[in-house]
Design a protein around this ligand. Sequence first.
Ligand SMILES: [Zn+2]
Ligand SMILES: [Zn+2]
Length: 329
Amino acid sequence: MVVFKDEKWIDKCPICTTDRYFSPDMKFLVNLECYHRMCESCVDRIFGSGPALCPYQNCGKTLKKRQFKEQIFDDINIEKEVDIRRRVCKIFNKTESDFKKPGEYDLYLEKIEDMVYNLTNEIDVEKTEEELLKYEEANRGLININNDRVKQNLIKFQQKQEMEKNLREQKRKLKEESLLEQQEDELYYEKEVKRKLLDSASDVPAEKIINQLKFEFEQRTEMRKKKLDESIKALTSQLTNSDIEKDKNKKVTTPFTPYDGDKDLEFKFTLNDSYDDFATNNAKNNPAYLAGGWRVEQVYERALQQAFIGIGCFIDEKVVLSSQGIESF
Ligand SMILES: [Zn+2]
Ligand SMILES: [Zn+2]
């Protein structure tokens, strides 16, 4: 058992004392139960063969390897608050338009802040968790609809960004091509001026030759600019229209299926490390199976997925979303 203050050990694993200075690839992990940090190899060593006690003194929590995640923020309190906020806001996910009276939304936001503060600082944890659970049960339908809306908006935003990126890339190419043509033209007219001036058979005055070629060159430059502007305009409207067209077609042609024909990726079960299963008990440690890449965990996961599939899928809500043209995943 160890007791170390996190601040002093910002770059060292408090369990094995490995220093990040000497192992730059070292990753720190935290678990969602007690947020005690340790390095990835300590997690592998301590929790690799099943649940075990947290090695921090006075912690006493039993942890599983699966509960660990990479530490993103240096400050563990921020890490914890961000996770808690994400969890609370996934349940308390109403938007301003869900409220009719002024001020109600502010009270709602204040409520969220109180809950996040309490859970982060371990004040009235049981009461707050209970409140969260009650709210979730009472508002499940609306919560799902709002979460789907958030996901949908995010997808639309990403698609728009992707489209703008494509547009910028194609514009850049067009400009590059045009610039290259311009440079080739400049070289050509430079040579042409010299060739015509040195032509002994010609009796056209030098000034006239230069003016004539200059005029031609300027005309071509002007035409090129116009062509570039038109191509960019056409490209912009083509991409914008195709996006709108795509949206329209989607609404008309996509038949309704829950999860749009996909499966629910948020599993409604907790996968244990091991099960007493007569069908796989003998096989799970058999080198003949393991050598071929077979793992018993995959069997457990697939069996549970098939058993739980469809649970938590509320067809009525999905139909409503689908009729509004909102995809739900
Ligand atoms: Zn360590
Ligand atoms: Zn702990």
